[in-house]
Design a protein around this ligand. Structure first.
Ligand code: SF4
Length: 197
């Protein structure tokens, strides 16, 4: 453990508190904003209650209550999918997309942008998240650019286990089945920068 590990954890905890405090705007709760952000970034195949519960490290029951509240606010809808129609896909409504233009976390994005390049910061934070979700036995979520199952092809790529073409614009979306690249692997880089999240 480095000398300043405890101080770094204290700062992460503080940031978490600030983030929670900031997200009580527009009559919303922090977890409701998280759901909207997740659904705006996730692959179609990962926009379902089970994947959402994994992402939030929450239970299906708790997530169900949040989804009911968001439905009542007119911010999400559930679409039938799958052959028997029992599987549900979650989609944001136009009102949710409009609401996300006023996301209270934007002030955090601006504060981070003001750091400039901040070399290593993003990879370090991702490393911490990967370690902790592995300890919990849950999925780490990520996109094709950093996934060991992604094979570059032309301007997009292929998902090896799913044997599925992934257009470049989908390669930046969050995926529940993501498997992180091993340390030292080179990040896939055929995706235009403007598409990167
Ligand atoms: S390549 Fe990885 S991140 Fe992309 S769809 Fe396949 S499993 Fe998900």
């Amino acid at each position: 453990m480095t000398d300043n590990a405890e101080e770094i954890v204290a700062q992460i905890e503080r940031l978490g508190r600030l983030a929670r405090a900031a997200q009580h705007e527009e009559g919303m709760k922090p977890v409701q904003w998280e759901v909207l952000r997740y659904l705006s970034r996730a692959r179609k195949q990962s926009r379902n209650p089970g994947a959402l519960a994994d992402f939030l490290s929450s239970t299906r029951g708790t997530v169900s209550q949040t989804l009911i509240a968001l439905e009542k606010k007119g911010l999400i809808k559930r679409l039938n999918c799958g052959s028997d129609g029992r599987a549900k896909r979650l989609e944001l409504t136009p009102a949710a997309h409009e609401m996300l233009t006023r996301d209270p976390m934007e002030k955090f994005t601006i504060a981070v942008s003001e750091l400039g390049e901040a070399p290593g910061l993003l990879e370090s934070l991702k490393g911490i998240v990967t370690t902790l979700v592995a300890q919990n036995g849950t999925n780490s979520f990520g996109d094709c650019r950093n996934c060991s199952q992604y094979v570059i092809k032309d301007l997009g790529g292929i998902c090896r286990p799913k044997e599925m073409d992934i257009p470049a614009e989908e390669a930046v979306q969050l995926c529940r089945d993501f498997e992180p690249l091993l340390t030292g692997d080179i990040k896939h880089s055929n995706i235009p920068v403007k598409m990167m999240s």
